[in-house]
Write a protein that binds this ligand. Structure first.
Ligand SMILES: Nc1nc2c(ncn2[C@@H]2O[C@H](COP(=O)(O)OP(=O)(O)OP(=O)(O)O)[C@@H](O)[C@H]2O)c(=O)[nH]1
Ligand SMILES: [Mg+2]
Length: 313
């Protein structure tokens, strides 16, 4: 293990991949890996990119990688697809487009599906992000499909959240449905080679008048054509402006604090669940459910009984 960690810290891609697999598999080894890596974490900038299926997130990330690499930064990418069981080395469909960077040792790309996610995809993504952070990647980018609660949970703890929209998807619907306007730090109107891009950008700006999560940062709206790279330099500039803003305003500390808090809660949940499984089996749990349904016991009494069992044993 020591040797593996040493190699991963010196940017050996095979060793990094192995560590990530250990982390995904969970259990004692995961905890050991994360513990050993802990002193090396905290340097990366975490970026979350989300948007409806097919809006061009992967294409955009592919171009972001090129730009950030040309500046000498190392980039780690986690492509999360909650609807896919595939994980690890199995690359999800069109994410192949990012694969041209796979032979570059300064780039690490990992796909994650629901299978590599004991204890929740959000937690698994956070853990893998931390491995990449410790292994010296300057940017850790997480791509998630869609805009449901799952996705929000996965990216809400990123330092910079980028929401990607495209014209012609039923613009306002897209935004309202997303219900995630408030978590975006930067808005990208991709496929701006298509009709309606300007109008969508105006609409987004109008929506912004309803407020954003951080009153000192008005999320910029960036027009891109990911396909040919148009506007990607602007996007990188806005990301950097956001990084500076977060640092100078002290907001980064607030975000990281809430990230650690969230992580403590998730880790507690994981440990608690283990204890619950230890003291009550499925059958007992089902009995409790029946008793509650029959009105013989109330929920809180059941919880108290379980907690008492955990404490006593
Ligand atoms: N016209 C146009 N097409 C684009 C642009 N960017 C991406 N596309 C195309 O849109 C399609 C989807 O691109 P992806 O990058 O795979 O989109 P995605 O959001 O990562 O898709 P999922 O991961 O499946 O949700 C591909 O066929 C791209 O070539 C653009 O700026 N303009
Ligand atoms: Mg994609």
């Amino acid at each position: 293990m020591r040797d593996l960690i040493k190699r991963a810290l010196s940017a050996d891609p095979l060793a990094i991949a192995k560590l990530i697999t250990l982390v995904e598999n969970g259990g004692e080894e995961k905890i050991e890996v994360l513990r050993e890596l802990y002193p090396f974490m905290g340097k990366a900038h975490y970026i979350g990119i989300t948007g409806a299926p097919g809006v061009g997130k992967s294409t955009l990330i592919d171009k972001l990688i090129s730009q950030l690499r040309s500046e000498g930064s190392r980039v780690g990418v986690i492509a999360v697809d909650p609807s896919s069981p595939f994980t690890g080395g199995a690359f999800l469909g069109d994410r192949l487009r990012m694969q041209r960077h796979a032979t570059d040792p300064g780039v690490f790309i990992r796909s994650m599906g629901s299978r590599g996610a004991l204890g929740g995809l959000a937690k698994a993504t956070a853990d893998v992000s931390k491995v990449l952070d410790a292994c010296g990647f300057d940017y850790v980018i997480v791509e998630t499909v869609g805009a449901g609660q799952n996705e929000v949970d996965i990216i809400k703890t990123a330092d910079t959240v980028i929401l990607v929209l495209v014209p012609g998807l039923g613009d306002d619907v897209q935004i309202i449905k997303a219900g995630i306007m408030e978590i975006g730090d930067i808005f990208v109107i991709n496929k701006s080679d298509k009709d309606g891009a300007q109008r969508l950008a105006k609409e987004v700006e109008m929506w912004m008048e309803f407020g954003y999560k951080d009153k000192n940062w008005k999320p910029p709206v960036v027009m891109t054509i990911a396909e040919d790279g148009t506007g990607v330099d602007k996007l990188v500039a806005e990301i950097k402006r956001h990084v500076s803003y977060l640092r100078e305003s002290g907001e980064i500390k607030i975000r990281r604090k809430s990230r650690v808090l969230e992580e403590i809660n998730l880790a507690l949940e994981e440990v608690l669940q283990k204890h619950v499984n230890r003291v009550v089996g499925e059958e007992t749990l089902n009995n409790y459910v029946d008793l509650i349904l029959e009105g013989k016991l109330d929920l809180y009494t059941v919880v108290e009984e379980i907690v008492t069992k955990i404490i006593r044993t």
